[in-house]
Design a protein around this ligand. Structure first.
Ligand code: HEC
Length: 156
């Protein structure tokens, strides 16, 4: 058994008090850490991607017209047409551009027979999708010391 500094096997009064202090400090820190874990920065940010009524109808239409047979979001979907994740925000494209494809098709995309209102709803849905993030993932240039040079540039 460990000898206490005072030579007896019983822990000294001072030793007990010191240990108790250490325990209380540790328990206090634990409670503080636990409290902070559950309270600080835990609120979910308001999603930029919440679907308004139009976008909700657009989502249903996206399924109805089976756009996903030919198009991807975040790289997932059919591969006949391009990824649509950011088609409404990417430079050189945009809501009007998307709307034109939806209404009229192109040489390669069939004209689906969507009405003007349906096209508006589909564009609202595509806008909501674009607000969820960027695809393809941005260029991340690694610095020699391992950090990212460019974290928040938008996809070109
Ligand atoms: C049969 C396959 C097919 C279906 C179904 C389809 N598309 Fe397409 N879509 C294409 C192809 C192929 C292109 C590329 C056309 C081109 O560049 O001429 C395209 C292009 C587009 C574009 C332009 C994308 C860009 O980045 O240039 C948009 C927007 C689009 N489609 C939206 C839709 C939506 C919304 C639906 C469902 C309502 C849909 N498409 C259904 C094949 C399809």
């Amino acid at each position: 058994m460990e000898m206490e500094p005072n030579g007896s096997n019983e822990p000294s009064e001072v030793g007990v008090r010191q240990r108790r202090t250490v325990y209380f400090v540790l328990i206090g820190l634990f409670l503080l850490q636990t409290g902070l874990t559950y309270t600080v920065s835990t609120e979910a940010p308001t999603p930029a991607s919440e679907l308004n009524a139009s976008a909700q109808r657009g989502e249903a239409l996206y399924r109805k017209f089976n756009c996903t047979a030919c198009h991807q979001f975040y790289g997932l979907g059919g591969y006949m047409g391009p990824d649509l994740t950011n088609v409404t925000t990417v430079q050189g494209k945009g809501p009007e551009y998307a709307r034109a494809f939806i209404l009229h098709g192109s040489g390669r995309m069939p004209m689906l027979g969507a009405s003007e209102e349906q096209a508006d709803d589909l564009v609202a849905f595509l806008k909501a999708v674009a607000a969820t993030g960027t695809y393809p993932i941005r260029n991340l240039d690694l610095t020699p010391w391992g950090t990212y040079q460019e974290m928040h540039g938008d996809a070109k």
